[in-house]
Design a protein around this ligand. Sequence first.
Ligand code: SAH
Length: 351
Amino acid sequence: MSEPGGDSLTAIFARLIAATGPISVAHFMAESNARYYGTRDPLGTAGDFVTAPEISQMFGELIGLWLADMWIRAGRDEPVHYVELGPGRGTLARDSLLAAKRFGLTPRVHFVETSAALKARQLELHPTAQWHHDLSTLPALGPLLIVANEFLDALPVRQLVRTGEGWRERMVGHDGQRFVFVAGSQPMDAALPDEFREAPEGAIVETSPAAAATIHEVAGRLAAQGGAALFIDYGSGQAQLGSTLQAVRAHRKLDPFAAPGEADLTAHVDFAALARIAQSRGVRWLGTVPQGHFLRGLGIEARAENLAAFAPEHAAAILSARDRLIGEGQMGALFKVMGLAAERWPEAAGF
Ligand code: SAH
């Protein structure tokens, strides 16, 4: 699998590991996804995976209505900013901003995006948006309406493994042929979440310092400036033992070590941990609910019927898109929506 030379990430990692020793799972995942997203648009049926906004305009529209509803009932503060983290092709922003506009919400648009390839796509739909590499440069004045769909799952996870000598960081080594998991040499007991202290030898605990830092910053901004946020991703409400690291290419799962930089690496989002972080910053956690519950609560069924009646030739496609978004065996149960709002902001629909 490893080539002796070349600039494939496989070759670069193999040389790096040979020269300096194993690298962390987090390092492996961060570099892999930076290369992956930086060099392509992975979305759509011809690409590697399909996301909710690419399935139907209804997804973005309902999010736009949710934001407009919150902003109107909070008192229509201006200036107000729409902030999307990892906006992909810009499709969700297009649909949500169009829906929000019908209710008088026309926020300034900010995208947090590190991929040059995707920024070029976003620019086509949103020529007046402002781009940011991270949240630190977002405006400090005015409420923030923050949306992130399938963003947190792409951030690097750190894995800890329980060995005979205690907890160690889970690392990626190379045996001359292929990448292999190895335990790091430094004790990592101090980094272990309390609830897993008694896990048996061999157990793996996964955390996402990058996702935690994102929520910490988002919550701090909401507390200081007002606003609300929606994080949509797959994951469970409860922290669990084990690795959830997975790779997807061309709509198929593959070994995360098979093609670093050429496949999407993701991990489940630990929403319980993120809700605790938000609350510790003085922000209201509105709940973490299955995507199907959220979209039904916002009226996706009525919206689908309306669209289908309006365009009967597309009725079958519209209803099938609705089912993909809310169906139990489809995205409706696996995907979760976590809502956050500033303390003085109103109660939210959909939770
Ligand atoms: N939200 C879009 C795209 C999801 S793919 C949709 O639902 O279709 C993940 C997105 O996050 C991509 O836009 C990718 O370039 C971006 N991304 C991944 N890691 C990032 C990081 N560390 N900082 C900013 N953006 C990142």
